[in-house]
Ligand binder design. Structure first.
Ligand code: FE2
Length: 179
């Protein structure tokens, strides 16, 4: 299965930095998944593959608002399970609603993480800065920095704070971990 990941990384010439980032996200995501009671029924393989491939779209664009759509496009084209495709498609920050997508000029669609696998990978991604694991408050600080740099995304960062906090609370409750 991991060979499949490596093959795709190579095929799309994904940069070393992004590969390292994805490996760290996979490590954090699996730590969360492994801390959740098995009767919850998390598909750990989907978490692993989804985390390793969530940023494959970065091979073709570095645009933060487009790369997750590209990731999903590539994975769909390559015949990946819809479960994996959606992990990539819904990993941006703490998600984007249909309305947000419209406002951003993106294909109008719901990009909110819904399944636990989707939430775990998107949340783990928010905790990883480059290839280092940080704390939840570091993610919140980054949102503040975005607002300081440019006030035009305030409408979105405000929603993101609430959405991220909700996912954090849900995953802390399920896993017993503290982020
Ligand atoms: Fe990403």
């Amino acid at each position: 299965m991991l060979e499949e990941v490596k093959k795709l990384w190579d095929k799309y010439k994904l940069s070393e930095d992004v590969r390292k980032h994805c490996m760290k996200v996979a490590e954090v995501a699996l730590k969360i998944a492994n801390s959740i009671e098995s009767d919850v029924g998390i598909d750990k393989n989907a978490v692993l593959i989804g985390a390793l491939l969530h940023d494959i779209g970065r091979a073709v664009t570095n645009d933060p608002f487009l790369h997750f759509i590209k990731s999903a496009e590539i994975l769909r084209k390559e015949g990946f399970d819809d479960k994996i495709v959606k992990i990539a498609e819904r990993h941006f920050s703490a998600g984007l609603s249909k309305e947000d997508a419209k406002k951003l000029g993106l294909p109008i669609k719901n990009y909110m993480p819904k399944s636990l696998e989707e939430k775990i990978v998107s949340f783990a991604d928010n905790l990883v800065f480059g290839d280092k694991e940080g704390k939840f408050e570091d993610f919140m600080k980054r949102l503040d920095e975005i607002d300081k740099r440019n006030g035009k995304f305030k409408w979105l960062t405000e929603k993101t704070r609430k959405r991220a906090l909700k996912i954090k609370e849900e995953l802390e409750k399920l896993s017993g971990l503290k982020f």
